[in-house]
Design a protein around this ligand. Sequence first.
Ligand code: NAP
Length: 288
Amino acid sequence: MAKVAFLGLGVMGYPMARHLASKGHEVTVYNRTAAKAEKWVSENGGRSAATPREAARGQEIVFACVGNDDDLRQVTLGADGAFQGMGKGTIFVDHTTASAEVARELYAAAKDKGFAFIDAPVSGGQAGAENGVLTVMCGGDADVYAKAEPVIMSFARASRLLGAAGSGQLTKMINQICIAGLVQGLAEGVHFGKKAGLDIEAVLDVISKGAAGSWQMENRGKTMNQGKFDFGFAVDWMRKDLSIVLGEARKNGASLPVTALVDQFYADVQKMGGRRWDTSSLIARLDK
Ligand code: NAP
């Protein structure tokens, strides 16, 4: 069992930290809004710390899951950041969806100070975190990853090292590219079916068993048809992720015309009041 800290008890971090505690790891939590950390400790045991620096002190592995690049820099490099408290030979595992650039920057900063950094964004959403079945995409050094993997598996169904620092974030970008175009295609299919006067649930039931089937169709097709958009990953988060994706594509020269277009469609959804709607809400701008 490991001595670990978890920084950021949001929708994802709160249950991820709970799975670490339930597997027997000794968990110290930090959350910017301290009341959430106190609630976590009252439910799960362990202890809370007032700053990331204090939380990181004496731990073997420090996990984080905060919002974006700037938040991540704050909880690591800031005056009270975790990097000021970490000991030599320890590991920082970051589950934030962030840029590959910040992952490389923090990998180098950690190496300078004698500890290690793994970028490890996740897929599987709130339900995946609650049920401890996330998919984790990692970048960093193989020997370090081998030590962290058994602890990561406390809240994951699958975890894999994809290459050097930043590779986890690049893989998560591919995940989001694949989702963006697919959700728009599904939205257009459902929208078309409604215009054609078909029974959408019957249509989805049959076509999901063939070549058009997908996780999105299985899990979001029916609710999309019902105009229900409160199933987790929010449009604001998706736009943050797509902005990271499009920024990386400008650097590596990848051509992402559909992803860029879908990003603009999500901007339309935001203007319709859908910032907190889930990503299947692309259909709302077609149906309006
Ligand atoms: P969330 O519920 O908004 O939680 C964000 C957490 O980060 C909160 O604990 C927040 O503290 C903390 N935080 C934010 N900025 C901070 C700062 N500058 N300093 C210290 N703490 C800070 O977000 P979430 O849904 O858990 O998502 C977290 C990350 O996972 C994001 O990068 C997101 O893209 C990614 N992700 C989310 C999902 C999903 O379905 N939600 C799926 C895959 C990946 P406070 O409590 O004080 O606000």
